[in-house]
Design a protein around this ligand. Structure first.
Ligand code: CP3
Length: 340
């Protein structure tokens, strides 16, 4: 069985697999080289040959246990009719949301538009060692909505009322996003991915009284589908603090990825019947060894007798040195060796 899935499904505790969120991309010179000649990011995600190549770049350098397909959560809004552009040092810009256009999009066109992603998954699976996982992903509906309606103001604040004030049928939008996320997951699994991660990167911006509607419920529906189909599923409801407990009890994913603000000992004691992942602040990978090494060991020790996948509390930062990634991989692998 693929190592990652043995933890997610069988809750195996005998090893600690390792992969990194955003392992394919920004910090790697070989990625930047490709990016330099491919200015249109969406086009790059739709280039099966290059996106498969980028997916494999970190696997060639490091002994990681999983590859994550090079794509983006914004491919769903793109395939549902919005244009997506990435402005340097600013982030994604989407064309304004048009409900009529959104309503018109159908499954056939959606799957056709994203077919290069599925082709990239098949290509990658063929080249990847059998024991390694190939992770696919979706953005959770709320996190997609943040971008689709440009809800983010300066810094990490949102304009929540902007969405409620709009005379739009938010129930319809949520429902369609859940449905199409499930279709995108099924297509990716059919193409050869074996695990899915649901990124709810902006869950922490949802007011408490709306968490159920915008975070727990949509994640729950997607997880239910995955579990019914026996697709191992990891959730990442970033920023919801102690509500990780409620999230876990309601959504019941196979794996739960911790963000860097969650206390790992608290997580171990309070999050039950789930494989935990990640947690380490990505900023530690910018620090000296004397800070980095004890921080890595801390997570390994805390989760010693627990089903745990090593990862970070958010994506690898662009300034991270590729050498540091190697150091962390080797440290986790040698710790694994000592454990047996
Ligand atoms: O993890 C991986 O290596 C796989 C590829 C991947 C990308 N985006 C490639 C990418 C994954 C899993 C994502 C998910 C994603 N995309 C999330 C959830 C994870 C998170 O970081 O919270 C979000 C919120 C997005 C939306 C997005 N895409 C933003 C805000 C940006 C711009 C800022 C940034 O992160 O660079 C992107 C662009 C993006 N997606 C890049 C990469 C490699 C950088 C593109 C570039 O070279 O300019």
């Amino acid at each position: 069985m693929i190592k990652l899935n043995n933890l997610l499904i069988n809750k195996d505790k005998s090893c600690t697999p390792i992969w990194f969120m955003r392992q394919a991309g920004r910090y790697l010179p070989e990625f930047r080289n490709i990016r330099k000649n491919n200015k249109d990011f969406i086009k790059l995600c739709l280039n099966s040959k290059l996106s498969s190549e980028i997916t494999l770049q970190p696997i060639r350098r490091y002994d990681l246990d999983a590859a994550i397909i090079f794509s983006d959560i914004l491919m769903i809004p793109f395939a549902l009719g919005q244009s997506v552009e990435f402005k340097k040092n600013f982030g994604p810009i989407l064309s304004s949301f048009e409900i009529n256009k959104f309503k018109k999009q159908n499954i056939k066109d959606f799957s056709r538009k994203l077919s290069p992603v599925y082709k990239a998954i098949s290509k990658t699976r063929n080249k990847l060692e059998k024991s390694k996982s190939l992770i696919c992903f979706v953005g959770a509906p709320w996190t997609l909505i943040v971008y689709m309606f440009a809800l983010k103001k300066n810094g990490n604040k949102i304009n929540f009322n902007k969405m409620l004030d709009k005379n739009l049928d938010i129930e319809f939008v949520l429902k369609k996003l859940i449905k199409y996320s499930i279709i995108h997951i099924d297509n990716q699994i059919k193409a050869g991915a074996d695990t899915v991660q649901i990124f709810d990167s902006w869950a922490g911006l949802i007011p408490n009284n709306y968490l159920k509607k915008f975070c727990y419920k949509p994640n729950q529906e997607i997880v239910r589908h995955c579990k019914k189909k026996k697709i191992p599923v990891i959730c990442f409801p970033k920023g919801i603090n102690k509500n990780y407990v409620k999230f876990n009890n309601l959504v019941r994913p196979d794996g739960l990825s911790l963000d860097y603000k969650v206390n790992p000992t608290w997580a171990k004691n309070n999050l039950k019947n789930v494989c935990l992942q990640g947690g380490l602040d990505p900023k530690f990978l910018l620090k000296k060894d004397s800070h980095l090494i004890p921080a890595v060991i801390k997570y390994l020790k805390i989760f010693e007798n627990f089903p745990y996948i090593f990862n970070l509390g958010h994506g690898v930062l662009p300034k991270t040195s590729p050498k540091t990634i190697k150091k962390v991989v080797n440290l986790v692998k040698s710790y694994n060796g000592n454990k047996k």
